[in-house]
Design a protein around this ligand. Sequence first.
Ligand SMILES: Nc1ncnc2c1ncn2[C@@H]1O[C@H](COP(=O)(O)OP(=O)(O)O)[C@@H](O)[C@H]1O
Ligand SMILES: [Mg+2]
Length: 270
Amino acid sequence: MNEPGRAIPAILVEDARKTYPGSGGFLSRRRPPVEAVAGVSLTVERGETLAIVGESGSGKSTLARMLVGLVEPTGGRFEIEGRDAASLRAAGPRAYGRAIQYVFQDPIASLNPRKTIRRILGGVLKRVAGLAEEGARAERMAELMRAVDMDPAALDRFAHEFSGGQAQRIAIARALAAEAAVVVLDEPVSALDVSVQAQVLVLLDDLKRRFSLTYLFISHDLAVVEAVADRVAVMRAGRIVEVEDGATLFRAPREAYTRELLASARRLDG
Ligand SMILES: Nc1ncnc2c1ncn2[C@@H]1O[C@H](COP(=O)(O)OP(=O)(O)O)[C@@H](O)[C@H]1O
Ligand SMILES: [Mg+2]
């Protein structure tokens, strides 16, 4: 229950767990179960950007995918703006999609290759945002394209006709189309050229202010995290080892593991 007078966080995660079952045996190589997320609790306040940073395989994507309903949790509690994920799921994809949206690392793969951008955005506007009227959808699509600095004329093209940066702008427009206030960004610029990364980060920051969004921003890249995060959670082997506001974490990390992570990033930089 929420205490009276206390703001409801945009995201609340309590003791999230995911163990992927093992497999194999006869004829195939046996794979043991993997405890990808081993008891994670966190909150993200409305309007905040919480970054999750950690090495590859630390469980970041699994945590994100449980939150947006793409991976079935082994355990834990997930709330989006005070609404339990289980009840959102029971209310159907429209309720879930209006509460929280997801932007993936590989933008071109995340857009259906057989549909024009108009059909992709139109589908979300119709099914999730509930815009029944075609004229209203067309108008909204043009608005969304302009919001991500794309020419509305591009609506009649297919995902593979765009560069990675353009495709990621379109994937962001698709997330905006659902009108969700909470967006999970899983390595949203990691697949892009460095110059394009900076442009997309500026766009994300601009959209966050304009539409009062909350971001859960996942990245293995500390330079990106430093640029975007209000607070940073450091994840290692399925657990959060340290949560700190960005300035403190980068200036005075408490945990030895965080210091190692920062030191190795600085070595790579130069
Ligand atoms: N569908 C899956 N089946 C089995 N194991 C998985 C699956 N997805 C991820 N894993 C394993 O779970 C661990 C965490 O992966 P992931 O959440 O993708 O981490 P990250 O996003 O931090 O790189 C890794 O050991 C990975 O191999
Ligand atoms: Mg990942």
